[in-house]
Design a protein around this ligand. Structure first.
Ligand code: SF4
Ligand code: SF4
Length: 287
């Protein structure tokens, strides 16, 4: 089985241009399978013409189900649930249930059973550039780490079965468990950062997380001309930590227009991307 070059694009928070950059990279990678691991806000698919070939329910956890014919309304389950998922009227608030199983244990009359629950949907689609695995969590569900891991696993399987060279992952933003599910074992992690105070702060947190897994990191500064001072701070932090800055992108209104028109910015604004040295950046992502 070939070793796939897995590139994961992440950021400290949403709205930094992570998905825009991921979409822009894709057409430049030949032989690629795509994974949209931003399952809480999956936007990558909007920019591609998709032909969905598979859609399936994702069972990510178990949830408590009460048999009211057996329930004697003793209230033990309500008092024992640490997640506030059982109301005083002994009803389960499904999205809040974490599936810990405590209520099932404390119920004196075995009126509670843990049952598999569908927390989202997983899709496999064809795009003009390769297959895409993507997913959507059900509204209110928070258990996205498992779904992220499943999206990555499926994409990797497709890549390996088809002997593909590259896999690109639009990772989850932040530093929570779903991000860890996005990055573990990646060949290259691209951190997208904006030239703002919070951007610099987020970069430090995300970088620290990647170093727990000793991952190779490359930074992209988006809208670097928002603040030359903060860009210098970012550059200083990168220099001190031996992190390569692969690309610096100035603010460009046309990029926003491309997204609004559901077009891939690096194709719509090719001259602009060429002027940034985008091909050179892409070469750094390839093995
Ligand atoms: S399984 Fe756990 S979280 Fe869910 S209702 Fe029971 S005690 Fe609460
Ligand atoms: S612990 Fe069992 S019997 Fe008591 S209120 Fe809950 S479901 Fe009903």
């Amino acid at each position: 089985m070939n070793e796939i070059n897995e590139i994961v694009v992440i950021s400290g928070k949403g709205g930094t241009g992570k998905t825009t950059l991921t979409a822009s990279i894709i057409p430049y990678l030949e032989d690629v399978v795509i994974a949209d691991c931003d399952v809480d806000a999956p936007d990558l698919n909007i920019l591609f013409d998709l032909e969905t070939t598979k859609a399936e329910d994702f069972v990510g956890t178990q949830k408590a189900v009460i048999d009211y014919e057996k329930c004697i309304k003793c209230g033990k389950c309500y008092r024992s649930c640490k997640f506030g998922a059982i109301t005083e009227e002994i009803e389960i608030n499904i999205p809040k249930c974490e599936g810990c199983g405590v209520c099932e244990i404390v119920c004196p009359v075995n009126a509670i059973e843990m049952k598999d629950a569908v927390v989202g949907k997983l899709f496999i689609s064809n795009t003009n550039y390769g297959q895409m695995v993507h997913a959507r969590l059900k509204p209110g569900e928070e258990t996205s780490g498992k779904l992220v891991a499943e999206v990555r696993k499926r994409a990797k399987k497709i890549g390996q079965e088809n002997n593909m060279k590259n896999m690109i992952v639009d990772g989850s933003p932040g530093v929570a468990c779903n991000v860890i599910s996005s990055i573990t074992g990646a060949k290259k992690v691209v951190i997208v950062v904006e030239a703002t105070f919070s951007g610099l702060h987020d970069l430090k947190r995300v970088y620290e997380l990647t170093q727990k897994f000793r991952l190779s990191v490359i930074v992209v500064v988006n809208k670097y001309d928002l603040s030359e001072d903060l860009t210098q701070e970012i550059e200083k932090f990168c220099k001190e930590n031996n992190i390569e800055i692969g690309l610096k992108i100035p603010f460009n209104r046309n990029m926003v227009k491309s997204i609004v028109n559901k077009k891939i910015p690096s194709l719509e604004e090719k001259d602009f991307f060429d002027s940034l040295g985008f091909s050179k950046f892409i070469n750094k992502l390839k093995v």
